[in-house]
Write a protein that binds this ligand. Structure first.
Ligand SMILES: Cc1ncc(COP(=O)(O)O)c(C=O)c1O
Length: 394
């Protein structure tokens, strides 16, 4: 008789966004004409930039003519885009070969699929509060998770210590949900740990483009020793508004080997078996992101979200509330006022200021007492929400 993957029965129901949706629905049923200030969303609100739109149109035209038509694309990515990504790394002094870059349909897909490279006996260390997909992908695969709670005392950026023990290590910097960013020195500690223990770091750099402090690393490959212990997973979702267009990239250095197996070769084999590549039209348009004009335009959009972050940070500064993130990340992680629980604070904000955020407890137990604001909303709503926050809590 067929046996389903029973690991799915160990998944916790994804109550976080469901609960938020239910509470919001109930509030709107009682107050149908109320405008809500949605600071919870992790989706972008600005459209694709002009350079990308032009790229999409031109690529669609290519597909209309026999001499420029493309069928199946190379499974690991179109050479023109792999080169563009490698060149992008080079702009910040990181040498990555074209065939170390793999084009994907987004970071979520890769974060789940990449586990194919590792035996099920490996334990996955996940720093909490965490992006929920890390936990769920490991539970689905029946993998043991080592939870590493973080806290205000370490700025939500824990480091390995004598007790740290895991074969796979998830690091997300800039972090979702806390917005905290590892410094070079901190990342070096993780890299040294991984090399000393034979572990592999899965480095999620989905928010690297939001870093503005020059001394903070955008890529783990800026750290000496990372090429023998890390895989980096990136996405254009937040960088360039590709949440609905879908494109990401993954870097696997050729030096990354264990037990005589080379992970880059294994991933080529995996991709050529399990995918038929990302659409030509999307890859062509994504290429525009890496041109000087594309970079200028995407940073114009990022600047809008950064202004939202400033607006919210100023409000929290005025209130004397502790927070992390915001400056180098599109999320702000604040301490709930007066020791409130994160769901109680959610209710208070919804009922008394019509603001929606995300309770920290939904990202892991140690997120209790904290709250996440996203800066991807409209500037008008963010400004009003910040004013309402100050009026409510002052
Ligand atoms: C930390 C982190 N990694 C990955 C992703 C997924 O990105 P993508 O849209 O490329 O699947 C997200 C999306 O919110 C995220 O917050």
């Amino acid at each position: 008789m067929l046996t389903p993957n029973m690991n799915y029965s160990h998944l916790k129901s994804s109550y976080l966004f469901y609960n938020i949706a239910q509470k919001t629905k109930a509030y709107l049923a009682e107050h149908p004409d109320t405008h809500l200030y949605r600071m919870g969303i992790g989706d972008v609100s600005l459209p694709l930039c002009d350079a990308v739109i032009k790229g999409l149109h031109a690529a669609a035209d290519d597909q209309s003519k026999a001499d420029s038509f493309n069928g199946y694309m190379p499974e690991c990515g179109a050479p023109f885009l792999r080169t563009a990504v490698a060149d992008y790394y080079r702009t910040r002094g990181v040498e990555v070969a074209d065939d170390e870059v793999f084009i994907s349909s987004g970071a979520s897909d890769e974060l789940g699929d990449i586990l194919d490279l590792f035996d099920r006996s490996n334990r996955s260390l996940i720093i909490e509060p965490a992006y929920p997909a890390y936990v769920d992908a490991n539970v689905m695969g029946g993998r043991e998770i080592v939870h590493l709670p973080s806290s205000r005392s370490n700025g939500f950026l824990p480091l390995p210590d004598g007790d740290t023990d895991a074969e796979l290590i998830y690091l997300c910097s800039p972090n979702n949900p806390t917005g905290a960013v590892f410094s070079r020195e901190q990342l070096k500690k993780w890299v040294d740990f991984a090399n000393a223990h034979g572990s592999v770091i899965l480095f999620d750099a989905a928010y690297e483009a939001f870093i503005e402090d020059a001394d903070l690393p955008h890529s783990i490959f800026e750290i000496e020793g990372a090429r023998t212990c890390a895989i980096e997973i990136c996405s254009l979702s937040k960088t360039a508004g590709f949440t609905g267009t879908r494109l990401g990239y993954t870097v696997i250095p050729k030096e990354l080997k264990r037990n005589g197996m080379t992970f880059n070769d294994m991933w080529v084999r995996n991709r050529t078996t399990k995918t038929n590549g990302v659409s030509y039209i999307i890859q062509r348009a994504a290429c525009e992101v890496f041109t000087p004009e594309g970079q200028r335009q995407i940073h114009e959009n990022i600047a809008v979200y950064k202004q939202n972050a400033c607006t919210l940070m100023q409000a929290l500064d005025k209130l004397g509330i502790w927070y992390t993130g915001g400056r180098n990340a599109p999320y702000i992680w604040m301490e709930c006022p007066n020791g409130m629980g994160s769901w109680d604070f959610f209710d208070k904000l919804l009922n008394e200021a019509q603001i929606i955020g995300t309770p920290g407890e939904g990202f892991g137990k140690c997120g209790e007492g904290y709250f996440r604001f996203s800066t991807f909303g409209s500037p008008e709503d963010t400004k009003t929400a910040a004013e309402r926050l100050v009026a409510l809590l002052k």
